[in-house]
Write a protein that binds this ligand. Structure first.
Ligand code: NAX
Length: 336
């Protein structure tokens, strides 16, 4: 019997990340080669032509898994029957815009989209928010999504995770699949804490492997503090400086991996995702915070019971404090 198609909704589909996402999703990279997809592309009126153009190109690929494509500027239509939502479109920070203005502008996008998800999405809907500020936008959408359980909403820190792994590949001359136990803690922002204290490379603790290469433990810690952590946290700015525009294909790749692993399962290997806190590691309940996570195929679960030393905990707490401040700013606007 043919598998019925999965409805995948992409917001901001006429933008750069949207363009990098659509073709890979339609080719089966996200949900696998056995799951046909129906794409719903949501844009604002100014972005519709671009999304319509992408839809024409999707048609010209004649992907066997692509059942149909619909382009709309109506959130209710876009989320009708949606099982996987990728919320990419967001309001970028404009010149002179304060943080409160940015949060308010995005509340005006993610609140109504959350409502449309609550009204129209399929009962198995899962959502990943990519558009920044991603963690707080996910919180906003989930708060307005009615009966949809809050833990169906996640935010993307997989790109930060992959960037951390990439730095270790270069420093230790290993392959990606030889690195395990990397974690991104906190907010998807410059305050995030990329942590290798539980990570191994070819089974050897990363700190020991770095010490071996760099001439001692102090040198390893210095490299992690002075080079690794800031480079991962500020990699987005580095890409903009070199490329002349922001990360696109790597962001789309990370979003695809986030959904793929959430749905297909990670096995025992960790990845990182921003998920709704249930109080793990003392993070206030309800915040959408990045943790090391695993999935058995039905949603991400926080890896619990890890020891964080005082320095690591202080870094993590600083990032959580930023998330609390974002949540409080949104509450003060009366939109949460
Ligand atoms: P673009 O400006 O190329 O595309 C955004 C698209 O969203 C535009 O076509 C716009 O018309 C559309 N849009 C705006 N408001 C909308 C609404 N209410 N409903 C539907 N569509 C709407 O940006 P792009 O490079 O694609 O980046 C998209 C978002 O991803 C940005 O917020 C960006 O900051 C964020 N990122 C998040 C990352 C993460 O790891 N979480 C990394 C990459 C990226 O920086």
């Amino acid at each position: 019997m043919a598998t019925s198609p999965t409805t995948v909704t992409i917001t901001g589909a006429g933008g750069q990340i949207g363009y990098a996402l659509l073709f890979r999703i339609a080719a089966g990279d996200m949900l696998g080669p056995d799951r046909p997809v129906r794409l719903r592309l949501l844009e604002i009126p100014q972005g519709l032509r671009s999304a319509e153009g992408a839809a024409l190109e999707l048609q010209d690929c004649a992907f066997p898994l692509l059942e149909d494509v619909e382009v709309t500027d109506d959130p209710r239509t876009a989320f009708e029957g949606c099982s996987v939502g990728l919320l990419v479109g967001a309001r970028p920070r404009g010149p002179g815009m304060e943080r409160a203005d940015l949060l308010a502008a995005n509340a005006g996008i993610f609140g109504p989209q959350g409502e449309a998800i609550g009204e129209a999405a399929a009962s198995d809907v899962r959502v990943v928010v990519v558009g920044n500020p991603a963690n707080t936008n996910a919180l906003l959408a989930s708060a307005r999504a009615g009966a949809v359980p809050a833990d169906r909403f996640t935010a993307l820190t997989r790109l930060d995770h992959n960037r951390a792994v990439a730095q270790l590949i270069e420093a230790l001359d290993v392959r990606a699949d030889e690195i395990e136990g990397v974690a991104i803690w906190g907010n998807h922002s410059a305050t995030q804490f990329p942590d290798v204290s539980h990570a191994t490379a070819r089974g050897v603790p990363v700190v020991d492997a770095l010490a071996e290469r760099l001439g001692g433990r102090d040198a390893a810690i210095d490299w992690l503090d002075e080079s690794f952590v800031p480079r991962v946290a500020k990699r987005g700015a580095e890409i903009i400086e070199v490329r002349g525009s922001s990360s696109v294909a790597s962001a789309a790749n990370a979003a695809i991996e986030h959904v793929r692993d959430e749905q297909a399962g990670t096995g025992p290997r960790w990845t990182s995702a921003a998920v709704v806190s249930r109080g793990e590691y003392g993070v206030p309940e309800g915040l959408v915070c990045s943790f090391p996570v695993t999935s058995g195929g039905s949603g991400y679960r926080v890896v619990e019971g890890l020891d964080l030393d005082d320095r690591s905990r202080a870094r993590f707490e600083a990032s959580v404090a930023e998330l609390v401040a974002e949540r409080d700013a949104v509450r003060a606007l009366g939109v949460l």
